[in-house]
Write a protein that binds this ligand. Structure first.
Ligand SMILES: [Zn+2]
Length: 476
């Protein structure tokens, strides 16, 4: 009993301290997100069930845009030549603060909201990166800020950027090229994760390109001497790439996907196609490797006596970190405190860990201290990188899946369709809106964020890594 009393006292003190530190406007943000919570969960669940992939997110984009419009935002749809890209704006004048929302799924990883692997729709796509939560969570943040502007508590403009096709082709590049972030003072973003932290790490730059080989078809047995094999060139090319791996810096990654290696065994293939990707932690490191592997295509073509063509698809920048913004986000995470889970949610998490062969430690929602920014962060790539070279960007990661969950997998899909994902989503809405509020209310913070952006960007002139012309809406 005494023990219980002490815990109760401690809880009251903790709660009291947190409540005291929260300003009226931050309390209003929390109340707003809680008011919209059921609607946000419904939006997220609908997008989760639709699981629409890159540039095909017609309904997912509409669900988010419609809700924003219903809340009083002015919505511009189909921006930057992409039918599923949109911008929702509320308010007027400065400052202008935007928040990113993604909503595309990954092919082939359909999954039910359960901790054992079973497809919801066999062969269909699934939200293995949690973008259903990403879009709805960011919308929740934008709405909370909109309500403060509407109530006359703050002045300025809030924008929700509906950014399609993050998993393929990188829609944000074309939105940047279109000048969608022109006049925006700062941008806030988040990503579903297995840990909660103000994210002050960069990501990897990457470049995607297509290599095609053109040969001469012939009967593979009757007159092979009349044939020049495009797939020979493709094999020689990938062999060259795999030898080259030994001689690149440890930060470089090279991946390829054979899209066409010929159709049948009794024809010398006259056409072969490969999707090639090069990454490095810095764009400057990536570009020489990109040059070299393009030359290797010529080498392979010479050996197989075929023609070749290299076509740039798109490329993205590494994320430009903003520590001043990260520190503001960190303070808000500490104000909110960690997410708490029910025994059922912990059991769900542990079951996923059991099935995926990880230590059964359950959920990790502690507020991690702000990290040092690493020179070579490792990990993946994101088109948030391109946004971050055009406007100061503040990033957040929030727990939406158990510790060590394999990302881009069925396990992430499972958590994104149930309460573990939903809790992370609304937590992200609150943390982002609170940080956006800081940017509205504290001109010094906003200036520090902008100054750091300018300093880190230096004299780099941003040039999108894309071919001329429209986005590859129906590309492959
Ligand atoms: Zn993602």
């Amino acid at each position: 009993m005494k023990h219980f009393y002490l815990i109760a006292c401690a809880l009251l003190i903790t709660f009291g301290a947190t409540a005291q530190k929260l300003s009226k406007n931050k309390k209003a943000i929390i109340a707003s997100v809680e008011k919209h919570e059921q609607a946000l969960i419904e939006i997220s669940n609908n997008i989760w069930a639709l699981a629409e992939t890159a540039f095909e997110e017609t309904q997912s984009s509409k669900i988010l845009a419609d809700y924003a419009e219903k809340q009083g935002f002015t919505v511009e749809r189909g921006v930057a030549g992409m039918p599923t890209a949109f911008v929702a704006t509320y308010g007027s004048g400065s400052p202008v603060i935007s928040v990113l929302g993604e909503f595309d799924a990954l092919p082939g990883i359909s999954q039910k909201a359960q901790p054992t692997k079973e497809a919801l729709n066999e062969g269909a796509a699934g939200h293995g990166c949690g973008h259903n939560l990403f879009g709805a969570g960011s919308l929740g943040a934008a709405i909370a800020i909109k309500e403060l502007i509407e109530a006359g508590k703050i002045k300025g403009t809030v924008k929700f950027m509906g950014t399609p096709s993050e998993e393929k082709f990188f829609g944000k590049i074309w939105m940047v090229r279109e000048g969608i972030w022109d006049g925006v003072d700062a941008n806030v973003s988040w990503h579903p994760s297995a840990a909660t932290k103000a994210d002050v790490q960069s990501s990897l730059a990457l470049v995607d390109f297509k290599i095609e080989f053109y040969g001469q078809a012939a009967h593979a047995s009757a007159d092979p001497w009349n044939g020049r094999s495009a797939s020979d060139a493709l094999e020689l090319y990938t062999t060259g790439i795999n030898y080259y791996r030994e001689h690149v810096k440890p930060t470089v990654r090279m991946h390829y996907h054979i899209q066409d290696g010929g159709q049948v065994v009794n024809v010398v293939p006259d056409y072969a196609r490969l999707w090639m990707r090069v990454r490095d932690t810095k764009r400057e490191g990536m570009m020489p490797v990109y040059e070299r592997v393009q030359k290797m295509a010529e080498g392979a073509a010479i050996m197989a006596n075929v023609d070749y063509k290299v076509s740039l698809i798109s490329g993205i920048y590494e994320v430009l970190v903003n520590r001043a913004g990260g520190e503001a986000m960190q303070k808000n995470l500490e104000l909110l405190g960690p997410i708490t889970y029910t025994p059922e949610e912990e059991a769900f998490g542990k079951k996923i860990q059991e099935v995926t062969g990880k230590p059964q430690v359950g959920m990790d929602s502690k507020i991690n201290p702000l990290e040092e920014t690493r020179e070579h962060p490792g990990g993946g790539s994101t088109d948030v990188g391109d946004v971050s070279w055009n406007v100061p960007n503040i990033n957040l990661g929030v727990t939406t899946a158990p510790k060590d969950t394999p990302w881009h997998s069925w396990a992430v899909v499972a958590c994104g369709g149930m309460s573990i994902g939903h809790k992370g989503m609304t937590y992200a809405s609150k943390a982002m809106a609170m940080t956006m509020l800081d940017l509205f209310e504290d001109p010094t913070l906003l200036q520090n964020v902008k100054d750091e952006y300018k300093e880190r960007k230096g004299d780099t002139v941003y040039e999108a890594i894309v071919p001329d012309g429209p986005p590859p809406i129906s590309g492959n």
